[in-house]
Each structure stands twice: as structure tokens, then as C-alpha cells.
Design a protein around this ligand. Structure first.
Ligand SMILES: C[S@@+](CC[C@H](N)C(=O)[O-])C[C@H]1O[C@@H](n2cnc3c(N)ncnc32)[C@H](O)[C@@H]1O
Length: 228
């Protein structure tokens, strides 16, 4: 079993790693061989959307996911505290070294994939705000509106799918030709129906359930999206 990064953040400002974060780590670990074979020999571009504390990005950096040849890790979060948290977690786990480190980390404040160049991302990972709510909260005006940043980490609007839906719509544009995305859902997002619909509309998609787990009264699942 691969080690879980040590994380020490201010959880009043960034999302505290929970069952969903750990399910994503387990999914990446399960697919480690698959990813290393797929990206063997390449310098990969990795993008985590919504890194929060940085636990998932740090895990990928620690374990050469997806390639032993190194990677550029983009950590894109709308919450400015999450960018600091991600850098702090990567540093705490010795992933940022002066010399000879396995990858490069760029935490960037961004609204989802809007700042990305087309067809560049080899590995995209997202544990989204997936909890159903009347609406997605507004983006806070200032960094100091701490509670509002945490709401944004959790609430996904109608069916909990408003944010995830935007990312799914952008996959075709942002993924490289060999690109792979791992996205987390809760049962109330109705992921099975969604996956059926996407594959019916475009049979070139290859979408697979990688891990699922009961977490309290929720059932969480991680699906892998790529083209055949
Ligand atoms: C459920 S948390 C996941 C945090 C971390 N990846 C983990 O697994 O522990 C969702 C993250 O998405 C970020 N987020 C929410 N809306 C976003 C948006 N529009 N653009 C970028 N990041 C967003 C939140 O700030 C939060 O850090």
C-alpha cells in the first residue's frame, strides 16, 4: 500500500481530507500500473482540479503518478487558501526539492479548466463539490470570507452536478489524445445513468468504474474517462 501524505492545514479555510479524498487515492493506486504503462517515457502534464489541502497532488508527486519520467503538476483551485495549502503539503512531504525532484508543482487560482490550453492534459483528477444543493455558492469577494470558501468546496448545485457537469463538458477540449480523467461522484449524482448517456451519445468514450465505497450514508465512486 502506498503511503498517504502527511497533511497539516487550517481546515477552517480548506477542505479537510475525507473518505472521498482517500477513495481517489485508492483509485490512483489501483490504476498505477495502467497509468505508468500508458505514459511510460513521457513527461506528463497532470492537472488536479480543486486540490484543497493538496493531498491528492502530493500523493501523485510522491509516487511518480503517472510516469517515472516526471510530470508537471498543475493544481487549479478557486480558493486561494487551497493554493497555499497545496504548496505546504507538497513541501511537508519533501516533494519540493531544490534539485532532482520528480516533478514540478504549479498551484494556480483558476475557475475549473478555464485557464488550460487545449488538448494538453494527460491526467486530470477531480474530487468536486458534489453535494446536491439549491445552487452553487457565489465565489467570495475576498480571501477573508472563510466560510464561503468551504461552502464552495462542498455544494454542487442541482443533483450536485453543476460543477462536475462543466468539467465533463470540457474533457474533450482539455485532455490530450492519450489523456485520462478520474472523477469522483456520490450516488445522488446518478453516475451510472450519466455514464450510459455519455457513451450512447459518443461511443468513442471508454468509461470505467474504478472504485466505489460506502461512506456513512453516502456511496462514493470514482470513474475513469478516456477515449478508446
Ligand atoms: C471536495 S473538495 C476536494 C479537495 C481535495 N482535492 C481532496 O480530495 O481532499 C473540492 C475542491 O474544489 C474546489 N473548487 C470548487 N469550485 C471550484 C471551481 N469553480 N474551480 C476550481 N476549484 C473549485 C474547492 O475550493 C475545493 O478545494
Amino acid at each position: 500500500m502506498l503511503p498517504t501524505p502527511y497533511v497539516k492545514c487550517d481546515y477552517e479555510k480548506v477542505y479537510e481530507p475525507a473518505e472521498d479524498s482517500f477513495l481517489l487515492l485508492d483509485s490512483l493506486e489501483k490504476d498505477l500500473q495502467f497509468l505508468q504503462t500508458r505514459f511510460d517515457g513521457n513527461l506528463a502534464i497532470v492537472c488536479e482540479l480543486g486540490p484543497g489541502s493538496g493531498i491528492v497532488t502530493t500523493f501523485m508527486m510522491q509516487n511518480n503518478i503517472p510516469s517515472h519520467n516526471g510530470a508537471l503538476y498543475l493544481a487549479l483551485d478557486i480558493n486561494p487558501w487551497a493554493l497555499e495549502g497545496t504548496l505546504q503539503t507538497a513541501t511537508l512531504n519533501n516533494c519540493i526539492k531544490e534539485n532532482g525532484h520528480s516533478g514540478y508543482l504549479e498551484p494556480v487560482q483558476s475557475d475549473l479548466t478555464t485557464g488550460l490550453r487545449d488538448k494538453q492534459v494527460d491526467l486530470l483528477v477531480f474530487n468536486p463539490p458534489y453535494v446536491p444543493a439549491e445552487e452553487v455558492p457565489e465565489i467570495p469577494d475576498t480571501k477573508e470570507n472563510i466560510d464561503q470558501w468551504l461552502d464552495l468546496a462542498l455544494l454542487g448545485g442541482v443533483d450536485g452536478m453543476e460543477i462536475t457537469g462543466k468539467v465533463l463538458d470540457s474533457l474533450e477540449t482539455v485532455l490530450s489524445p492519450k489523456g485520462v480523467a478520474y472523477i469522483l461522484f456520490c450516488a445522488r449524482n446518478k453516475p451510472e445513468q450519466l455514464v450510459q448517456k455519455i457513451m450512447q451519445e459518443d461511443p468513442s468514450w471508454d468509461i470505467e468504474l474504478i472504485e466505489h465505497r460506502k461512506a456513512g450514508w453516502e456511496v462514493l465512486s470514482v470513474y475513469r474517462f478516456m477515449h478508446k
